[in-house]
Design a protein around this ligand. Structure first.
Ligand SMILES: [Zn+2]
Length: 314
């Protein structure tokens, strides 16, 4: 409700990522969380989308109700939001907290189990969360160097299963990636969004999701022919600085001392150290380049890193 009020919204939907976006009602938002599109299921073969699932929990300003036709049966997701967002200010509140439909006896018993096991309370953001921060290129996907087109983005074959395990272990999965391709003028924010939609769609097909993607668009040095001057400065977010991890920690109430970072480059590891998380370097991507920086662990790849965390957590 606070989010709804702060945005000055006419209507707010609660959204979350889930492990089956391919058969869920999805939407898209702009950088200010305002809804820009609705994609009711079914989704056309080959479409790419963000994993933003309508959780069917809404906040409305009373004036919105006067817009609805009296005496006509209508479904919010299918009949009302698809036109409402074009006329009014509709925002999406994205949260990793526990939200489940319990409209059948089977689902109800699952929810009861989740309550009694403490899973629901644990995911309440009033309580500290644990997170596995993931670098993108060279960890989740093959690093073909300065990826700037969705066609060039290819997940490692084990990425979906590894991230699914992270989801099941109860950690948040948050991507933190330096994307100087923006500052270098090699691609636009729309192009980068398209790459991330491809990533989320393909992970979704494998039952995996990430709670958030943080990227740093900046680059400290000038001298690239197509560079974007506004993005050329020494920011707080470009790894090895810990800005993206700290921003996520604030948003999700993450206990960094009980969290991990998995990365391939020395600057990932440094960012993790600067944020105070346990660092795991993988040998994929730039993971075998010599470095002065010593991670807590150095393992084969993302799958091995997740297996290591599983064993450390036992
Ligand atoms: Zn930055």
């Amino acid at each position: 409700v606070l989010f709804h009020q702060n945005k000055g919204a006419d209507a707010t939907l609660v959204v979350h990522p889930n492990d089956h976006p391919y058969d869920s009602d999805l939407l898209d938002v702009d950088g200010q969380d305002r809804v820009t599109a609705f994609y009711p299921k079914p989704h056309p073969e080959g479409s790419r989308y963000r994993n933003l699932v309508n959780a069917a929990a809404y906040v409305f300003h009373p004036s919105v109700l006067t817009k609805l036709e009296a005496g006509v049966k209508a479904d919010f997701g299918k009949d009302i939001f698809p036109w409402l967002y074009k006329e009014l200010k509709v925002y999406a509140y994205n949260t990793p907290e526990y939200l489940k439909d319990m409209g059948t006896p089977d689902r109800l018993s699952k929810v009861e189990q989740a309550i009694s096991s403490g899973k629901v309370a644990q995911r309440n953001l009033k309580n500290p969360q644990r997170c596995i921060f993931l670098d993108r290129d060279g960890v989740i996907n093959i690093d073909t160097d300065l990826i700037h087109r969705a066609e060039d983005f290819e997940l490692y074959p084990y990425a979906g299963e590894s991230i699914r395990k992270i989801n099941k272990m109860g950690f948040l999965a948050v991507v933190v990636t330096n994307q100087s391709v923006l500052a270098r003028g090699m691609c636009s924010v729309t192009d980068l969004d398209e790459i991330h939609k491809k990533m989320e769609t393909e992970l979704g097909h494998q039952g995996a999701f990430v709670e958030a993607i943080y990227y740093c668009p900046h680059h400290p040095h000038g001298g690239f022919p197509e560079e974007v001057p506004e993005l050329k400065f020494d920011c707080h977010c470009r790894k090895p600085k810990p800005g993206m991890l700290l921003d996520a920690a604030q948003r999700f109430n993450i206990d960094l001392s009980k969290s991990y970072l998995i990365g391939d480059s020395p600057r990932d590891i440094e960012a993790g150290q600067n944020a105070g998380v346990t660092t795991i370097r993988v040998k994929t991507g730039h993971g075998l380049k010599p470095s002065e920086v010593t991670p807590n662990h150095h393992v084969e790849d993302l799958a091995a890193a997740v297996a290591l965390i599983e064993s450390l957590e036992k």
